[in-house]
Design a protein. Structure first.
Length: 277
């Protein structure tokens, strides 16, 4: 069983929801990333989503685009990100790490080489934003060979047939994008998300994490009431950006945000067991 599956399994037994914060590796400088990852876990993160800097982050809004630019100013590469995960694993062999990024750096390294290097570093899952399931068989096969979970996105516009196709090739969990647009968008319709959760759960027993638009403890709790996990990206990266000139304070700033979200999620009534299709 993968670390991701084990984590969600333990949370389900406890009736709790996963808190999954995102940070861009190397932002605002490479040396802050691993201490920040540890601080997020100590603040209540169940899974860490680590962004791989890329020059054309098409799914991301201005907050994460700026984070990527700060990281690329330090020439942070995919291999650098894997080295950060390996360093994180020296102290933490329990918390799952999911890489989130774009296909180009993986293609440059080569699918087989990337999967081997990611597994050796201690990566647990890979979410490649711009790789549709119809074109992902080669990479997904290489990931599975190394015991890594391909994590896929489900869009608000995905119909049942496409949801079925996505869930058939995903593992670990699926990531439901709560709204149309890029990361950091403002509108969050929880009732619409809840309806979509019913549609997704009708075809898969995989846990469903929901991201985009979660900004604070209140919005995290609202989404946590209907999802298996909440993914928090721009709100975390905004805290990093606000402290660029005070990098030593970044772990504490981010931890403050996450502790509030963790407390709000844990205050929810126990989640009912999710039945598969």
């Amino acid at each position: 069983m993968s670390r991701i599956a084990a984590t969600f399994g333990a949370l389900r037994e406890q009736g709790r929801r996963a808190l999954i914060p995102y940070v861009t590796a190397g932002d605002p400088r490479p040396g802050i990333t691993v201490p920040l990852m540890h601080a997020m876990v100590e603040a209540g993160a169940d899974i860490v989503e680590l962004g791989v800097p890329f020059s054309d982050p098409m799914a991301d809004g201005p907050v994460i685009q700026a984070a990527t630019e700060r990281a690329l100013a330090h020439h942070v590469s995919l291999r650098d990100v894997l080295a950060m995960v390996a360093e994180f694993r020296r102290r933490d062999d329990r918390t799952p790490v999911v890489l989130m990024g774009y296909l180009n750096p993986v293609e440059v390294m080569g699918y087989a080489a990337f999967a081997r290097a990611a597994a050796e570093a201690g990566v647990d899952g890979v979410l490649t934003v711009d790789l549709p399931p119809e074109e992902g068989d080669d990479l997904f096969h290489r990931l599975r060979e190394q015991g890594l979970d391909p994590v896929l996105l489900i869009a608000p516009t995905s119909d049942r047939e496409r949801i079925e196709r996505i869930c058939a090739v995903a593992s670990g969990f699926v990531y439901y994008v709560s709204l149309k647009g890029v990361t950091g968008a403002a509108t969050l319709d929880v009732e619409a998300v809840a309806r979509r959760m019913d549609e997704v759960r009708a075809v898969t027993a995989l846990p469903v994490g929901v991201g985009f638009g979660i900004r604070d403890a209140e919005s995290a709790a609202r989404i946590g009431a209907v999802a298996d996990g909440v993914v928090v990206g721009s709100a975390v990266v905004s805290r990093v950006a606000a402290a660029v000139d005070r990098p030593d304070t970044i772990p504490a700033e981010v931890s403050s945000l996450l502790r509030g979200m963790r407390d709000a999620l844990d205050a929810l009534p126990a989640a009912a067991p999710v039945e598969g299709p």
